[in-house]
Design a protein around this ligand. Sequence first.
Ligand code: PLP
Length: 378
Amino acid sequence: MNIATQAAQIGLEWDTRTGAVTVPIYQTATFRHPGLGQSTGYDYTRSGNPTRQALEEGIARLEGGARGFAYASGMAAIANLLLLFKKGDHLVVTEDLYGGTCRLFDQIFTQYELSFTYVDTSDVEAVRRAIRPETKALFVESLTNPLLKVADIAALSALCRERGILHIVDNTFLTPYLLRPFDFGADITVYSATKYLAGHNDTVSGLVAVKDPQLAERVYFLQNSVGAVLGPQDSWLTIRGMKTLSVRLDRQQENAARIAHWLAAHPRVRKVYYPGLADHPGHELLARQARGFGAMVAFEVEEHALVERLLLKTKVISFAESLGGVETLITFPQVQTHADIPQELRQRLGINDVLLRLSVGIEDGDDLIDDLAQAFGN
Ligand code: PLP
C-alpha cells in the first residue's frame, strides 16, 4: 500500500469497541489486571501504552520494519540507540551532523568511552577508510543539516554488511514518504518526529524503526529500561501530524523548488544548496533513491549585513529554530542549530557567517517569494 494511504490511516482501526476513527488518548500511567498473573497486554505506560503503540506500529509500517519506538524527543531516540554500544566501540558518523547530535556524541558518550570519527558520508570511500576493527556502526543523516549533502544509502548499507556493522540512518529531512532506508539495506532509522512527521511545530517527539525483529527486542529493552518514552498526548499529536505527511511534503517541496530557483537567480545570493537544483552534487543520487528533494534550502548571501536584514525583515517567514512544520522558518545555523560544532569544522564545512537556512512551509509560494524580495530590499 502506498505510504500516503498508510500514513493517513494510522490508528484508524484501533478502537473496535466504538469504531472511533482516531486512536483515543489513553492518558493513564497504569492498567488494571484482570486476575492474578494476567494482563490486558498493558501494565504500565513506560512499558507500553495503546496510543503510543498505534504510533509505533504506524512508523514501523511506513518504514517496512519489524518494530517502531516513540521517544520524548529526537535526541532521546538517538541517545537510546547509542546504548546498543559499549565501552571501546567506535562509530563512523556524518561530519555535518545536526549540532545537538554532535554534542551528544562528543560531550556525553565519549565520557563512556565510545569514540566517533566524523567523515563526509556522501563519499563512500571516505567512509570505508574510516572503518576500524572496533567500529560497530555507521550513523548517517540521509540528507544533511544544513548543507544538504546526500548519502548513498544502498552503497553505504552494502559496505556496512560487508564489514558486519550496523547502518543507522537519521532520515529526519526526508521521512519515509520520500526515502525508505530499509529498502536500500539500512538497519535502523531514527527521526526527530518534531519535524516533518509531526509537522506542525506543536510537539517535540522522536521515532525509531528497526528492521530486524531480534535487534528490535534489544531496542525495546533499552526503551523500557531508560524510559524516555513519548507521552500519550504527544503520541496522538504525532499521529495526527503524520496523517497529512504526504500532502504537506508535496506542497513544501513545490514551494522549496520555486524558492531555490528564485534565490539562485538573485544577484545578492552567492550560493544555493538545494538538491533539487541540477548543479547540486547529490541531485542525481537523490533523484534515484528518493521520491523528492525535500523542502530545506540553504543559501549564502553576499555579505554578513544581509543576514541580519533577512532574519529581521521577513514577515511571513519567521525567524525561529526547528524545521519541517507547516510554517516557513529561517535560521542562522552558525549561531543557532550548529553552535555546538567546533568552529574549525564549521568553517571547513561552509557553515559560515553568510549562510542562512530556510525550512519551507505550506504557505502560498508567491507570498513567500514576495516576503524574501521585500526583505532583500527589491
Ligand atoms: N536529527 C536531526 C537531523 C535534527 O535536525 C534534530 C533537531 O533539530 C534532531 C535529530 C534532534 O531532534 P529533537 O529536537 O526532536 O530532539
